[in-house]
Design a protein around this ligand. Structure first.
Ligand SMILES: [Zn+2]
Length: 167
């Protein structure tokens, strides 16, 4: 597999070991030392967005940001904190809108920061503007809960409506 985008050095929140984390890969990154899930943070542009964000097999928070945007600089560490808290459950993909005109126009990004949650390439939540970590944490967790419920009802329908408890 050829390398897509740039790998980042991520320090393991559990043991402190520095790990090289690829921008795109199957599964989810784990610490080479203690094997705990690592926060996954990657940068994507027009030509790498599909591989890095849409093909990811875990939910993705997309941060559409710009270098000249003050609120973006505030929300960036907040999202990284969230990616750390939800390590193994989410991937954070940062897109510089000025360097990714196709992705920006495809999602009609009219303001920065614009945040989106993608599940296998589908936008399941969207939010414009910066927000504190408590708000974004609830935004993410609510979207995940709704997505699980939606998937559950689809699954139950396909199986003839048999209720199933897989919580
Ligand atoms: Zn570790």
């Amino acid at each position: 597999m050829s390398a897509i985008g740039q790998a980042r050095i991520i320090r393991c929140p559990n043991c402190g070991r520095k790990n090289r984390v690829p921008a795109a890969a199957g599964g989810r990154p784990r610490c080479a030392n203690c094997h705990k899930p690592l926060p996954w943070i990657a940068d994507a542009l027009d030509d790498t967005f599909a591989e890095i964000a849409e093909k990811a097999d875990l939910p993705v928070i997309v941060d559409m940001w710009a270098t000249w945007c003050g609120p973006c600089r505030m929300v960036s560490p907040v999202l990284e904190e969230l990616a750390g808290e939800r390590a193994g459950e989410v991937k954070l993909v940062k897109v510089d809108v000025d360097r990714a005109p196709r992705v920006s126009s495809r999602f009609t990004v009219q303001a920065v920061p614009t945040l989106m949650i993608l599940d296998h390439g589908e936008v399941i939540a969207r939010q414009a503007g910066a927000a504190p970590v408590a708000v974004l944490r609830r935004w993410f967790d609510d979207a995940m809960l709704q997505q699980r419920r939606a998937r559950k009802s689809v699954g139950a329908g396909a199986e003839g409506g048999t209720p199933r408890d897989d919580s």
